[in-house]
Design a protein around this ligand. Structure first.
Ligand code: KE4
Length: 429
């Protein structure tokens, strides 16, 4: 059973000579699950292959972008074709208009959309725009939601729930954090109180409508609608960070699924088809405040570059075909049901969550509704579960507080193989 990881081990030693921690994003270092990160050689469909030629069924899917699976022929061809004309011009192309039109027609809150190169840029820019539009400084974020690494977002709750934040990372000055108020997920009253305690000072509320960065935590009934009502009453811009959920849980994202329309939306991941893309969009009167139309500045050398646009267009065209989300739903519910049965049969305390093709298992007997309850999960048990699955050729996110993703490339056979492997591992825990 023991897999050979020789080449990944030496590759990790080599990469650490030149790259901090040997990785270009911290979660890839396997710190919370132990063991040596796998160095990947290639991916195809639902599978990835490491440099020791081990094969895995992949449920990370590059943290969400690869809803079609790895190296989809139409996406690869789109990138190759675009590259033959050139990789970037720093000038407008019709490809940007084509992707923007698809997004505007798909996402209910978006009248105008600006392309950037990451989800971080999308969230950072949307917040600056909300501040410029409202001429207010404070922002409200949800504990456990992640919107990239802009300074004002690396903040945790201060002493009192509705008081100002304190930095959640070195290098973030205290006075950058003081304008950020943190509230618990699934608690609309906390948002109401925070706004009341800071009258006419809150520019925006930003949240993931379905949390994906504390593990998957769905919104409780009425939560999103209540936040929509509270923010509308007080002239506070409501920003849905749909970097994960956009085009994932429905073609129009979580705002279509729950029929709650924010003022602005952040997108990323899927709209780039695996290439670096982020985007932010929203109501015309807000978006018209961004340069060059208005006083709020934002820019980017590679924003809307033709390769990323081509990959995104190819991806969204396939997602716009009929029964795509029905297929994703069927595969994902089969997996979720199998995993639920497996934890029950193994007598393992677990709380299962899923919305569409994003899902999680928390090793806790509690109901997970926010970050506090998510953190009751036994992360040592999760690490053992992760390693047991890896040994059996199943690659899930190397952290309890991430989402698993099913793609259109995951076959029924992949799902059954995964359930069998999970059953074995859970029995051994
Ligand atoms: P990027 O800057 O990583 O493209 O996007 C930031 C971001 C914004 N909003 C949401 C809801 C996100 O989930 C993310 C990034 N997600 C993480 C993991 N869930 C990316 C993985 C990583 O950091 O390496």
């Amino acid at each position: 059973m023991q897999k050979n990881y020789t080449k990944s081990i030496s590759a990790f030693e080599e990469s650490q000579k030149y790259i901090p921690g040997g990785v270009n994003s911290p979660v890839r270092a396997f710190r919370t699950v132990g063991g040596n990160p796998l160095f990947i050689k290639r991916g195809k469909g639902s599978k990835i292959y490491d440099i020791d030629d081990n094969e895995y069924i992949d449920y990370v899917c590059s943290w969400g972008p690869l809803i079609l699976g790895h190296a989809h022929p139409k996406v690869v061809a789109a990138i190759q074709n675009a590259a033959e004309y050139g990789t970037s011009y720093g000038a407008p192309t019709e490809l940007e208009t084509e992707l923007a039109e698809i997004i505007v027609n798909a996402v209910p809150s978006i009248d105008l959309v600006r392309m950037v190169s990451s989800g971080t840029e999308a969230a950072m820019s949307a917040i600056r725009l909300a501040r410029g539009y409202t001429q207010r400084d404070k922002i409200i974020k949800v504990e456990g939601c992640y919107h990239g690494h802009a300074d004002c977002l690396l903040v945790k709750a201060g002493s009192g729930a509705a008081t100002f934040g304190v930095p959640d990372s070195a290098g973030v000055p205290a006075d950058f954090a003081q304008h950020t108020i943190t509230v618990p997920f699934n608690d609309a009253e906390a948002v109401r109180i925070a706004i009341q305690q800071n009258p006419e000072q809150v520019a925006c509320v930003i949240l993931e409508p379905i949390a994906g960065n504390m593990g998957v935590v769905p919104p409780t009934d009425g939560y999103l609608a209540e936040i929509r009502e509270i923010t509308a009453q007080k002239g506070v811009v409501l920003i849905f960070d749909e970097v994960i959920t956009g085009f994932r849980v429905a073609f129009g994202g979580a705002q279509e699924l729950y029929d709650v329309i924010p003022d602005m939306t952040c997108l990323g991941k899927i709209i780039g088809g695996g290439m670096p893309v982020g985007a932010y969009g929203g109501k015309r009167e807000i978006m018209e405040c961004i340069a060059p139309l208005g006083p709020v500045y934002q820019a980017g050398t590679l924003s809307g570059n033709p390769l990323a646009m081509s990959a995104g267009i190819a991806t969204l065209k396939i997602l716009s075909e009929p029964v795509v989300y029905e297929k994703l739903e069927n595969r994902s519910s089969a997996l979720a049901e199998g995993l639920l049965e497996a934890t029950k049969a193994a007598g393992v305390d677990a709380y299962h969550t899923r919305v569409g093709s994003m899902l999680s298992i928390f090793f806790t007997s509690e109901q997970v509704v926010d970050y506090t309850t998510a953190k009751t999960s036994d992360t040592d048990r999760f690490a053992a579960y992760f390693r047991g699955l890896l040994e059996r050729g199943i690659y899930i996110a190397p952290s309890q507080f991430e989402s698993g993703f099913v793609s259109l490339a995951h076959s029924d056979d992949d799902i059954q193989t995964t359930i069998r492997a999970a059953s074995e591992v859970l029995q051994s825990l």
